[in-house]
Design a protein around this ligand. Structure first.
Ligand code: SF4
Length: 315
């Protein structure tokens, strides 16, 4: 059997739910503490990351129903994930958060709720709300946490407003609830080296993280990075170097982890730079070819704790 290059998210969802599942982005009336208290992350635009979502002023039910109808017609889909994508979706008074989650859970054909947030905005009270919904409606829960890199010096240069410790604390709390946990990583941050990328893969692999969403660094208009980029203060690595970093990240990662994305997707009109001027799918095809040619695959270099003792035959 041909070696699977990496564990693909869409196939994983098909295995889990028995058919294709689509994500429906929901824009909640939230902001982000990092934007409120400072500039926000240097790569984040004023509109955050929800380029495809509807306006915050539209109700959760309407956003979900209207998007579901379109996707249903286009792809004949029957199962959906309500995706609270933009900004920090737990940065809300708890009763408001509960109301939005319950509203999403009541929409027809929703099988999962995915909540995107920051490591410093995880609290037991919010996790209990999600647990209650999971138990009462059999809807699965995924939490998406932005980390980007385990290198806390880089996190500081990006103005992330949290370090590695806050991320580790959040992962510990979430793991008590048994939710799926997806972590966002940018393997080609200008301040990171290949060593940082490998260390990030190793750290994530020893944690109860089940999914990773990888982004190639893009430069969104109106961001701090856009200014740095236009002033020639920011160097973006070549496509070849991104392939090498991404390949090594995947090779050091646990084999069971699900990979949601390998290249960023940002509308052309919103960016100054993205995927070396090529489409994400062309980059992805090229990358998969590169992996095949080198016999690289996810988990190939993953180090299991205690492996040395097993290899020695001591246990
Ligand atoms: S935490 Fe997310 S929403 Fe907030 S500034 Fe950073 S990227 Fe933007």
């Amino acid at each position: 059997m041909e070696q699977e290059i990496y564990r693909v998210y869409s196939s994983y969802l098909k295995e889990k739910y028995g058919e294709k599942v689509y994500k429906l982005p929901v824009n909640l009336p939230v902001t982000c503490p990092n934007k409120e208290n400072g500039f926000g992350c240097s790569f984040c635009s004023d509109s955050g990351t929800g380029f495809e979502a509807m306006s915050q002023s539209v109700s959760v039910t309407t956003q979900l129903e209207e998007t579901r109808e379109k996707i249903e017609k286009r792809y004949g889909a029957h199962k959906f994930i309500a995706y609270f994508q933009n900004y920090t979706n737990t940065y809300l008074p708890i009763n408001q958060f509960e109301q939005y989650v319950n509203e999403a859970a009541k929409v027809k054909d929703i099988v999962e709720i995915s909540v995107s947030t920051r490591p410093d905005c995880i609290h037991e009270a919010y996790l209990r709300v999600l647990e209650k919904v999971k138990k009462s409606s059999s809807i699965n829960i995924t939490i998406e946490l932005g980390l980007q890199t385990a290198n806390y010096h880089t996190l500081s240069k990006l103005f992330r407003g949290h370090g590695l410790a806050e991320f580790l604390g959040a992962v510990q709390l979430i793991s008590n609830y048994g939710f799926e946990l997806c972590v966002h990583i940018i393997p080609n941050l200008p301040y990171d080296t290949m060593e940082d990328v490998v260390e990030t893969a190793k750290i994530i692999s020893v944690l109860p993280v089940s999914q990773v969403k990888l982004h190639s660094l893009y430069i969104a208009k109106g961001t701090i990075m856009a200014e740095q980029y236009e002033n020639g203060e920011l160097e973006i690595c070549s496509k070849q170097e991104y392939f090498e970093r991404l390949a090594h990240f995947l090779m050091y990662l646990r084999k069971d982890m699900v990979i949601e994305r390998l290249f960023s997707r940002i509308p052309e009109q919103d960016s100054l730079f993205s995927n070396w001027g090529e489409s994400w799918w062309k980059c992805q095809d090229e990358f998969l070819q590169y992996m095949k040619e080198h016999d690289f695959y996810q988990g190939k270099l993953h180090y299991k704790t205690g492996q040395l003792l097993i290899d020695k035959g001591y246990v």
